[in-house]
Design a protein around this ligand. Structure first.
Ligand SMILES: [Ca+2]
Ligand SMILES: [Ca+2]
Length: 511
């Protein structure tokens, strides 16, 4: 039976929009929306670009974890700050209980711009934060479309957020005065008891032993905290990366940081090449020689020799201070033997000007490395990866600068240039959690969990194998045991999560 026929039957039997079951869809909270295609909007109309402000369509569905909501808004805004968007849920489907809003009785009204909500129960009003309602949002950058999840098992103020099987919803935009749905009474959504198609868990192992594994992990200056040591060791050894980027190792001298990590690694006795780059002190441990290590503001640029491995010019255990080995990058090797790796650790939070300038600097570095116009050049076809904590919490423009090479300050950083070798943008990998339909890489206080850590890569010349974000509380016990992890490990180490991407070198796989 076709999906449209099922929808038609549902609509006939139950009056469409009045609790009609939605088509089944597996939504990943990752800031991308193609996965919503099977879900019909529950309210609102297509955004009219001519009006410039307002709300568009509203979609609602659920999986086994969350009530999932997608909506459109104009103009472009950040969901995390400086907006007047409010989502109100009549979670007991009773207009006589909760706060009276546009014809519903709302148990929860979440004010996105405040990053706070009000939960109304028999005990009165309670101010709640994101963790009380299990809120996850995407994207963290500005946009005109967002997807969010609210945990089905949330118990704000000790009371279930979703006591029944039907929820009423109203989305309001204080800036434009728009309300969806426009007619009072809200949209009704009936929670599905059945799950969408099963989420295939992501195995931690490489697909193939020849793949080169990169790990990015922002340690938030906690590298040598003794209380985190065991958990960090378990994570590093389960991931077993070939190139490890550890951001924010501020207070530990490089040699000490390297020795500390090597003592944790099962492979610590192997040959490792090391460097420290950038104002945010990213420490790099690499199984491959580091031919260059350049600071790029808070981030850094690295040139690795992936071919041949040992004996090709790197100095074992070297400090790899900035540019110290810059003369070794042009020895006529094939492009696929090298990796141009930008270790992202970009300025955070309100530092939007510094972040934009650093994105420009990085885009210019990649452009010049490709053309040879700067201090060094790489052979055509050299794989390019930008990986790390991009802290993209402001304008989506910052992401476009990194991904599309769209330099904003061309006076200081030169002309923009598409960064991939076929004059296309870099691909955005968007790894997700191994066992959850979510793609956040950071979770902590004050802001909902979000995707701050990125992997952008030159897909014209590089294929990726396995990729994932490791969040140990989501792993089944059997998987934890298989990989000698403990359920609390990622929570113990820091608020960022380990991000993993495996490179498939074409020289290894397609010859
Ligand atoms: Ca999505
Ligand atoms: Ca109510």
């Amino acid at each position: 039976m076709s999906r449209s026929l099922i929808l038609l039957l549902c609509c006939t039997a139950m009056a469409c929009g009045e609790g009609a079951p939605q088509a089944s869809a597996r939504i990943v909270l990752d800031g991308r929306f193609a996965d919503w295609e099977p879900v019909a909007p529950i309210g609102g109309d297509e955004l009219d670009p001519g009006t410039g402000a307002g709300l568009g369509r509203l979609w609602v569905t659920n999986d086994e974890y969350s009530l999932l909501v997608r909506f459109q808004v104009m103009p472009e805004l950040s969901l995390q700050a400086d907006n007047d968007l409010e989502l109100c849920l009549d979670s007991d489907n009773d207009a006589t209980t909760g706060r009276s809003v546009h014809g519903i009785g709302a148990e929860l009204c979440w004010r996105f711009g405040d990053r706070r909500g009000t939960f109304v129960s028999a005990a009165g009003d309670t101010e709640v934060e994101h963790q009380h309602v299990g809120l996850v949002t995407a994207p963290t950058v500005t946009g005109t479309e967002f997807e969010i999840g609210l945990a089905l098992d949330a118990q704000p103020a000790g009371v279930p957020l979703f006591p029944g099987d039907t929820v009423g919803l109203v989305l309001l935009d204080g800036a434009s005065g728009a309300v969806v749905p426009a007619a009072p009474g809200g949209a009704r959504y009936q929670l599905r008891g059945d799950s969408p198609p099963p989420l295939a868990p992501i195995d931690i192992a490489r697909y193939d032993a020849s793949h080169v594994r990169l790990l990015s992990y922002n340690l938030n200056n906690h590298l040598t905290d003794p209380e985190r040591r065991t958990a960090l060791a378990r994570i590093l050894n389960a991931v077993d990366a070939d190139v490890i980027l550890l951001q924010e190792v501020r207070d530990t001298p490089t040699e000490e940081a390297v020795a500390y990590v090597l003592a944790l690694l099962d492979r610590g006795q192997d040959t490792w090449y090391t460097a420290k780059v950038g104002g945010e002190n990213t420490v790099i441990l690499s199984s491959f020689p580091i031919l260059r290590a350049d600071s790029l503001g808070d981030s850094g640029g690295l040139l690795l020799r992936l071919g041949e491995g040992e004996g090709s010019g790197g100095s074992e255990g070297s400090e790899g201070s900035e540019g110290s080995e810059g003369s070794e990058g042009s020895e006529g090797s094939e492009g696929q033997d090298l990796l141009l790796l930008v270790a992202l650790s970009m300025p955070c939070c309100d530092e939007s000007q510094r972040r934009a300038a650093e994105a420009d600097l990085i885009a210019g570095y990649v452009r010049d490395a490709k053309s040879g116009a700067g201090e060094f050049g790489v052979p055509e076809g050299t794989p390019i990866v930008l990986m790390g904590d991009a802290n993209l919490v402001g304008l989506v423009r910052d992401r476009r600068t990194l991904q599309y090479g769209e330099i904003v300050d061309t006076i200081n950083h030169g002309p923009g240039a598409l960064p991939d070798w076929d004059d296309t943008p870099l691909a955005d990998l968007v790894p997700r959690l191994t066992h959850r339909p979510q793609a956040f890489t950071w979770h902590g206080e004050d802001f909902p969990p979000g995707r701050l850590d990125y992997v952008l890569y030159s897909d014209a010349v590089l294929d990726l194998g396995n990729r994932f974000v490791l969040y140990t509380p989501s792993l089944p016990q059997e998987t934890l045991e298989d990989w000698r992890l403990a359920v609390e490990d990622t929570d113990v180490v820091t608020d960022h999560l380990p991000v993993v991407a495996d490179l498939i070198l074409r020289g290894n796989s397609e010859q």
